[in-house]
Design a protein around this ligand. Structure first.
Ligand code: GLC
Length: 723
């Protein structure tokens, strides 16, 4: 009989398992090809043979995977296959932009395509499941993992989550080139105190329900295979032991039947959190909350047998977790063919065409993730030939070290300097680093000033290295490193045209003078293997930038957390009234708002109209507006649809994103953009956190960013029939 994975098969299999074998299925152990947390004893062949390990992370390569899989699937007593997990977050061999950058593309199709490409490459190398997408909303650039996430908005993060799950999981998890997706890190991780990694999180139930949980609900609705709880404690309850969310909401209310995989050693860390006195208590708390797999740390292995003896857990709860893990393996096709992703045959060398397509996709993704923040005097795009260009900065010649994934740097990444030299052949391009990432030297600065003096325009390549963001990458001062600010200000003092390119894993706080005096400012994020060519495509005008900020860009760290969806205050800011909501020493608006991004064109939106003045439950509202390309070049504009409920039983945000459209127009071309908004999308969570539709006015806004003063507005009225 085929080794299927049906419920009867799994029930029979569980019935045969010893307690040690059951706990083995709930134990994930790290191999040593990558290190993604504190060091623990690596996986051993004997532990696999004895059935004490159910899954492995941080191992890749068909042969290596196949060897361990062979031991589990052919030599262990019950021949239960392993599954192999890895952080395939923004690409595998082909490296795409970090998620914070890719989200700025506002392109669901692109998000799915890059996940699909990553899944194909990872599955061909033995990976069954990725610990991605990371869908933690963040409004705090101090937090290093802002770089891994989809920005500040829950609705956008939800679309990102669903596109990534579709891309990774394809049509069926049983396909050889599909990999399981893991929605992480459930939830509220982006609200760590003061942006401090792993710190406590204190968030209201309302904020959880309106902001941090919706992307995970969206992933569950898209049939995500696994969920990973966050390291943090939420209001005093560590997420790894948070039954109120993992079990009561995610499993019971949302119906999530997949596998919960703890974060790295997070079960054992319940002791450090101070909620468990020993491994037995930690294991019991995690299992009861709904965690099925203990990633590294061996706390389930050590603690569950003791917890069973002490009556802290039941064998039924253990069996339920084991069944979910076996069901995941069945869905991944591993019972039918344990070698589905690590077949004997050498990985199909992606033919040149496939690799070329992926490189092109990486370049396209990089182009679309880059945001043109400022372009005074139309300095960009650079004119054609004959210009002398001084390329300055410690990141100008950086290549592979900026395009990285868990499997290492990408040898395909070209630096900005090499890309500009290849693209702008008619221009004389000089280069000097000018300083190190965070160390200035007078000689370097002087050299930089000298080549800038001798050039028509200076291109400054500044920012962070990848090590300055990501996990354990919190920065209390999320600013451009001081040495680079000093270099930039010295160049700006020459009164030459200056373009500042910023690599970063977050919106970087910039010196006021730099933000004011730079003629052009471009956010690159970490754009992946296609980053260098994408930058030269944009600077040369070969690509008209389309990126839009998915996260507000603060003037200063003192504004953080800053985001567009603030609720109104009882005392809106007024320069004429002292007693109103504003700072004495900073503006209250960000340097660049959510949705901001320039192109080389000029688009105008006009004539917002709706197809009805009133809306009832179950109806939809058609929203239209006209858009014209008034510029001289073809381009693409992103238009946002926001709603605002000015009067409700709960104070509502000043704007809520409901949809977006991208439209490409030739010079002089006009078009109509249309949205369809269901009344249901205008519900909000009432006092009981149940969706509620209230009678009254709703403002519908359409515009090119969350800058409220530039939005078009139409008002409709919700009519609620008395039941
Ligand atoms: C890390 C991260 C998590 C990752 C896991 C496995 O600590 O928190 O995002 O998936 O360990 O590498």
């Amino acid at each position: 009989m085929a080794r299927s994975g049906g419920r009867a098969f799994i029930k029979r299999l569980v019935a045969k398992m010893t307690l040690e074998e059951k706990v083995g299925q709930l134990t994930m152990v790290s191999a040593e090809l990558a290190r993604t947390g504190p060091t623990f004893a690596p996986v051993t062949l004997d532990s696999v043979k004895q059935g004490r390990v159910g899954s492995i992370l941080n191992l890749w390569g068909r042969q290596r995977v196949r060897e361990l899989q062979r031991i589990a699937a052919e030599e262990s007593r019950l021949k239960i296959p392993l599954f192999f997990g890895l952080d395939v977050v923004h690409g595998y061999q082909t490296i795409f932009p970090i998620s914070l950058g890719e989200t700025c593309a506002f392109d669901c199709k692109l998000w799915e395509q890059t996940a699909r490409a990553a899944a194909e490459e990872a599955a061909a190398d033995g990976i069954d499941l990725t610990f991605a997408p990371m869908i933690d909303v963040s409004r705090d650039p101090r937090w290093g993992r802002t770089s891994e996430g989809p920005g500040e908005d829950a609705w956008l993060a939800s679309r990102f989550a669903q596109a990534k799950v579709r891309g990774f999981q394809s049509r069926s998890l049983g396909e050889a080139n599909a990999i399981g997706a893991t929605a992480k890190h459930l939830a509220g991780y982006g609200a760590v105190r003061a942006g401090l990694e792993y710190a406590q999180v204190d968030v209201s139930d309302r904020r959880m329900q309106e902001l941090y949980l919706p992307p995970f609900r969206a992933a569950v609705d898209e049939a995500v295979a696994a969920i990973m709880p966050a390291f943090i404690d939420l209001n005093g309850v560590p997420m790894t032991a948070n039954a109120g969310i993992l079990r009561d909401i995610v499993r019971d209310q949302w119906g999530f039947a997949g596998v919960m995989i703890s974060d790295y050693a997070a079960v054992s860390e319940l002791i450090a959190h101070g909620v468990a006195k020993d491994p037995a208590e930690a294991a019991a708390l995690a299992l009861a909350a709904g965690v099925d797999i203990d990633m590294v740390g061996g706390t389930f292995a050590k603690g569950l047998p003791q917890a069973l003896e002490r009556g802290l857990v039941t064998i039924g709860a253990i069996d339920a977790a084991v069944s979910r893990v076996l069901e995941l393996k069945a869905k991944l096709g591993l019972f039918d063919d344990p070698y589905i992703r690590c077949t004997e045959a050498a990985a199909p060398k992606p033919d040149d065409d496939a690799r070329r397509k992926r490189r092109e996709l990486a370049r396209q993704a990089a182009r679309r993730s880059i945001v043109l923040l400022k372009n005074d005097g139309g300095l960009l795009p650079l004119r054609g030939g004959g210009q002398t260009i001084a390329v300055i900065g410690p990141l100008a010649a950086a290549g592979a070290e900026l395009a990285w994934s868990i499997t290492g740097p990408s040898n395909e990444a070209k630096s900005i300097l090499d890309s500009l030299r290849a693209a702008l052949t008619a221009s004389a391009i000089s280069f000097t680093p000018g300083c190190e990432i965070d160390r200035i030297d007078e000689g370097g600065k002087a050299k930089a000033m000298e080549i800038a003096r001798q050039s028509d325009v200076a291109v400054l390549c500044l920012g962070e290295t990848p090590q300055m963001s990501g996990e354990a990458g919190s920065r209390a001062r999320p600013s451009l490193p001081a040495a680079q600010s000093e270099l930039a200000l010295a160049i700006l003092a020459l009164e030459k045209p200056v373009i500042v390119l910023l690599y970063s894993g977050r919106p970087l706080v910039l010196p006021d003078e730099l933000a004011a005096k730079a003629d052009a400012l471009v956010a690159l994020w970490f754009p992946g293997a296609g980053g260098g060519p994408a930058v030269s495509d944009i600077l040369s005008g070969d690509f008209n930038p389309t990126g839009r900020l998915c996260m507000s860009w603060p003037v200063d760290v003192g504004q953080i957390p800053i985001f567009y969806g603030q609720r109104p205050t009882g005392r809106p800011a007024s320069p004429d009234d002292h007693f109103t909501s504003k700072y004495l020493d900073l503006p209250i608006e960000p340097l660049f708002c959510f949705g901001h991004g320039l192109s080389y064109g000029r688009f105008e939106i006009s004539d917002l109209r709706v197809d009805r003045p009133q809306l009832r439950a179950g109806e939809t509202l058609d929203v239209e507006a006209d858009i014209a390309n008034l510029g001289a070049v073809a381009g693409e504009e992103t238009i946002f649809l926001f709603a605002r409920d000015p009067l409700a039983s709960i104070a509502r945000p000043m704007l809520e994103l409901k949809d977006f459209r991208r439209v490409a127009l030739a010079p002089g071309e006009r078009a109509t953009i249309s949205f369809r908004l269901a009344t249901d999308e205008l519900r909000f969570l009432g006092p009981d956190f149940l969706p509620k539709l209230e009678a009254g006015s709703i403002d519908i806004h359409v515009g090119q960013s969350a800058a409220r003063d530039k939005l078009l507005r139409a008002r409709v009225t919700i009519v609620v029939e008395e039941s």
